[in-house]
Each structure stands twice: as structure tokens, then as C-alpha cells.
Write a new protein. Sequence first.
Length: 486
Amino acid sequence: MRLIENFIGGEYTAGQGGKTFEKRSPVDNRVIARITEAGQADVDAAVRAARAALEGEWGGLTLEQRVDLLYGVADEITRRFEDFVAAEMADTGQPSHVMRHVFIPRGAANFKVFADVVKNVPTEAFQMATPDGRGALNYGIRVPKGVIGVISPWNAPFLLMTWKVGPALACGNTVVVKPSEESPHTAALLGEVMNSVGIPKGVYNVVQGFGPDSAGEFLTRHPGVDAITFTGETRTGAAIMKAASDGMRDVSFELGGKNAGIVFADADFDAAVDGIFRSAFLNTGQVCLGTERVYVERPIFERFVAALKTRAEAVKYGRPEDHAANYGPLISQEHKQKVMSYYRKAVEEGATVVTGGGEPAMPAELAEGAWVQPTIWTGLPETASVVREEIFGPCCHIRPFDSEDEVVKLANATDYGLSTTVWTTNLARAHRVAARVEVGITWINSWFLRDLRTAFGGSKQSGIGREGGVHSLEFYTETRNICVKL
Ligand SMILES: NC(=O)c1ccc[n+]([C@@H]2O[C@H](COP(=O)([O-])OP(=O)(O)OC[C@H]3O[C@@H](n4cnc5c(N)ncnc54)[C@H](O)[C@@H]3O)[C@@H](O)[C@H]2O)c1
Ligand SMILES: O=C/C=C/C=C(\O)C(=O)O
């Protein structure tokens, strides 16, 4: 059985406390790896290594040298593409085509794009008048923030972790990463890449383990960590924010969502069905940007529900490496219990179950996996639990609407504000609605189209701050103003 260790100061090390935990396959619940759990002493060592790298070789590199190294990281990920695909498939159980076409290539791109951003984005300069008439010149320089704590989730582990590590390193910081306990593989593998391309030791460190009273909490409470970037649940974000208040450390949060899909009667019907199908069921619904509330204009409501039902019932369950399969399990038995409890609650609260609502019958060798059916409900009030709370599963509630004002109100009646997808051929209306929905990201006639130069993040309880393009520089650097009297 594979043992996955921490990666500290360029070396894989067993935890000083000797504790390990199991990683089980979502597909069949077999134990696939044992993971070293980092204790306080390991986190201390990782933060020390990160600080030493900052003050050592890494901190002394020129921007060009750093950028070249990060291009090297991206190229090496691409060279070891199959290893990353296999590692991520083992952890998440998701179909290989999602790994191949989205998650792993995005991991490589996260290093290249932010190297380019850092190399090309200018800083500001202001000339000012002075009483003696000679004036003064202000200009900004950007310096790294220091040691960045990166806490990442399990749903798109490599993409979401590198989305933070890429810009952090491009800006000259060092990192200590705490991947989710459910997805330890790719963060560990990235250590090999860092060593083989010559990233100085201590620049990239990984501590494995859990959140509370484990590596996550030890890292976020650590006074040697200068700033914390986190993707995960809103509740966890609140705990991390408390920890970060000690020492006034900056935070960047990408949190939960309860995203609305809005389909007007004039939409390209097939494109809308396909878009909502993907946004509700891709990655078995475990996408923060996914759609769990769908609002469809009344004239096409029945037809839309029927078409989405047909698509949901046609998914092909199977192992990730099975090319005929396009639908995987949930991440774990624990998450399956949570999703199933919502499936039961929907019925108790009076939902019409259009399709799904339970566990699929799986062949014997997959029977222990975390499989659940894609599920569609109608007929619930907006106060129902499954319409209000983030489930993070392959399910959505569909409700008819009659006017633009009504649907905007419905979409906004949530504590979350991450993303929306709007389907219409009326461009003026698309722009109007997009300007009124209280979210960080709106897609018109599309979903999850990502340009890494754009601002990414959530409003309300879906996050704090924006990352992406120059926005990432705001978080991963300090801007210093220098005022020169002429
Ligand atoms: N907004 C976004 O961009 C985005 C992207 C992906 C996922 N998400 C959200 O993430 C959630 C699913 O991921 P998850 O279940 O892994 O989230 P989670 O909050 O349970 O865990 C995320 C990470 O935080 C760690 N953690 C937990 N408690 C901690 C604590 N007290 N201190 C420090 N670290 C702690 C976990 O070990 C894990 O590494 C969903 O809510 C989803 O919407 C948001
Ligand atoms: O599950 C959430 C997926 C988030 C995607 C990104 O953060 C991204 O594309 O950068």
C-alpha cells in the first residue's frame, strides 16, 4: 500500500508524531493509501523551511529566473500528465476525461498564467506638485507577502490548490499547503515536480492531515504564516478567519454557494438543457460553481424538466478509467450520508421527485462505493432545506417563474453569492439580469468558461476578496509606495 508523507524542505518525511490515517477509494471504499498526519512539530518545521527559503536562495532570484522556473513546473506537470491524472482519479473517482480535459491541464496553466501576469503587470506611478515647485514622484513596488498558508478542498484538488500556489510563487512567496484529507495525492506528487525542475528547497511544502486540532488548524494558527488563502466551506472559513485575526493576517476566501441557473423561454433550448445538465451534474455535483437551484420561465418549464430528466437518466456510472463512463461517485461515504440525508429531507418537505432520489444499483465490485443518483426535484417552496442549503451533490430543484423581476429576486434570496448561469437570446436582458444578480461570476449562455485573467470570487457568504489575473497580485503581494522628492 502506498504511504503518502509530508513534503517539508524538499524532502518527504514521516510525521514526527508517527500518526497516519487511511484514504479510501470513493469508487469501492477500498483503502488505497495511508497518509502521514502532520502534527504541530511538522507544521513548525514546514513553516521554518518556508521562511528559510524566503530569506535564502528563492528570495534572491530575479523575476526572470522565477518565471523560468514556474514555466518549468508547468512543463513538468505536462510531462508527468498521466501520473497526475492517475493520482487525482484515485482520490476523487471522477471520470478520466474530466481530469484530462479540465483539472490537470488547468493545474499546469495556473503556473504559466501567473508567471506571465507577474512579469507583465506594471505598478502605479504618480507625479505630484510640491510648494518649492520641484515636485515629487511616487511609485509603487510589489514585494512578496511572505509565507502563505494554503488550505484547499477535495472537489477539484489539483486545480484549486495550484490556483493558489501558482500566483503565490510567481509573486515570490513561499507556501505551506494543507490539502484536504480526502485528496492527498496530487499535492504530494507536486513535490517531486518541484524538486526535479530545481525549485529551491522549502519553497513548496505540504503538510497532510485534517482541519480542527490537526494540520489545518496548526497551520492557520501559526504565527509564522503571513497570510492564508482558503477554498472550502463557509463555516470553515469563519473558523480560519478567527485564527487569522491573531497577528492580523490577511485572508482570501473562496467559499460555498447555492447558485441559481436562470433559463428564459427565448433561450436556445438544447444549449440551455446541456448547460444546466453540466452545471448540476459535472463532477457528481461537487463543484462550487454548480447549479442547485434552477428557475425556468413558465412557457418552457414542463419541456425543460422532461429534457433534463432524460439527460440525468442517461448518465453512465463507472470507474474513472472506464471510457464509457461519464459519471463518478461522491468523494466519500461520509459525504454520501450527507447527500442522502438531503434526498430524504426533500421528500419529507414535500418535493416531487422527477428522477433519482436514491442510490443506484451497482455491480458487486462497486457496491461499497459512494454512488448516488442524479436527482431532480420540483414543487418545493423557497424555504425548503434543499432549496436553501448547499448540498454539494448531483441534484437540483427546478421552479417556474413569470417575470424578470421575479427571477432576480428569487436568485438573490440567499446568503450565498458565488455564481449564476443565465440562458437567453435577448442580449439586453442578459446584461440587465447579470448586473442585478448578487454574485461574483455570471455566465451568459455558458458555464465554467474560465479565463484566468478575470476576477474570481464570491459575494456575501461565498467569499472574501478576488483572485485571478492582477487581482491575485493584490493578495499575494504587498504594494509599497516610494515617494521621491525631486
Ligand atoms: N468558492 C470556491 O471557489 C469554491 C471552490 C471549491 C469548493 N468550494 C467549497 O468547498 C466546500 C467543499 O470542500 P470541503 O468539504 O473540502 O470543505 P471544508 O471546508 O470541509 O475543507 C476544506 C479544507 O479546510 C480544512 N479545514 C477544515 N477545518 C479546518 C479548520 N478549522 N482550520 C483549518 N483548516 C480546516 C480541511 O481539512 C480541508 O483541507 C463546499 O462548500 C464548496 O462550495 C468553494
Ligand atoms: O469547485 C470549484 C471550482 C472552482 C474553480 C476555480 O476556482 C477556478 O476555475 O479557478
